[in-house]
Design a protein. Structure first.
Length: 192
């Protein structure tokens, strides 16, 4: 069995519009993080919380479309929603919290989400899911291991990861759309 650069199986059971939305959100947040420059880590984490919330909801919603590996989807989805809601529901707390403590909390969430995505990849979700998991894991370890550097390094690293990951997911959305069109086309030919 050969590994594909981008495994469409991860997304083939999800409507292409949802896949496109997830990718577009990654690209937009990536651009924002790359342009943020002087913003504090607390503000960036607020936007990351929004991204995790949306990504978690999409992961949970995908269970109703394709219930294979529902446990992993539910775990990643609940973790994303929980992290997103915690960050978004406590903006003052997030803004006042020492950046070091905030970096450690975000790092732990990154490690857990990364591990879940890696397990999901090894159970057939494709290596692109695993790659996103490895990146999340590495960022989480960097945050936990050197939280003092987080305010300086994270905006650029996170922006690059979100932007590139978003582009990959947008590409996958159009592959899913092409697959849907081919299935529809073949379905119409059978009925003739």
């Amino acid at each position: 069995m050969t590994a594909k650069l981008l495994d469409i199986k991860t997304y083939e059971s999800t409507p292409w519009g949802l896949v496109l939305f997830e990718g577009a959100m990654g690209v937009l947040f990536g651009i924002f993080f790359l342009a943020a420059g002087g913003w504090t880590i607390a503000m960036l984490v607020g936007f990351l919380g929004l991204y995790w919330l949306i990504s978690g909801l999409i992961s949970i919603g995908s269970i109703f479309i394709d219930n294979r590996k529902w446990g992993l989807k539910l775990g990643a989805g609940l973790l994303g929603v929980l992290a997103g809601l915690l960050i978004l529901s406590h903006p003052i707390w997030s803004a006042l919290l020492v950046p070091t403590a905030l970096a450690i909390i975000v790092g732990v969430f990154g490690i857990i989400m990364g591990l879940i995505k890696i397990v999901h990849a090894f159970t057939g979700a494709g290596w692109d899911e695993g790659l996103r998991g490895v990146v999340s894991l590495i960022l989480g370890i960097l945050l936990v291991g050197s939280p003092y550097l987080a305010p300086k390094l994270i905006p650029t690293l996170l922006g690059a990861v979100l932007f590139l990951g978003g582009l990959v997911i947008v590409f996958m959305a159009f592959r899913v759309r092409r697959g849907e069109k081919e299935q529809t086309h073949h379905g119409h030919q059978k009925h003739r």
